[in-house]
Write a protein that binds this ligand. Structure first.
Ligand SMILES: [Zn+2]
Length: 60
């Protein structure tokens, strides 16, 4: 459990972008930290939505 993968998804469940964080180096990250990783102003390339949520998963 050393890498956290954050996937930003639009309201229509299209994948918008994903970011991998090395938790061994950064330690725990807060929700605010996660939102800061999102490319500013990014929107879904498929439907144009800027309403994003994110999902997290761990990668060894
Ligand atoms: Zn979309």
């Amino acid at each position: 459990m050393s890498k956290l993968v954050i996937t930003f998804v639009c309201e229509n469940r299209h994948d918008v972008e994903s970011v991998t964080i090395d938790l061994d180096r950064l330690g725990q990250v807060s929700k605010e930290d996660i939102w800061r990783l999102r490319t500013k102003g990014s929107r879904c390339a498929k439907c144009g939505s800027a309403k994003l949520i994110y999902r997290t998963s761990y990668k060894k």
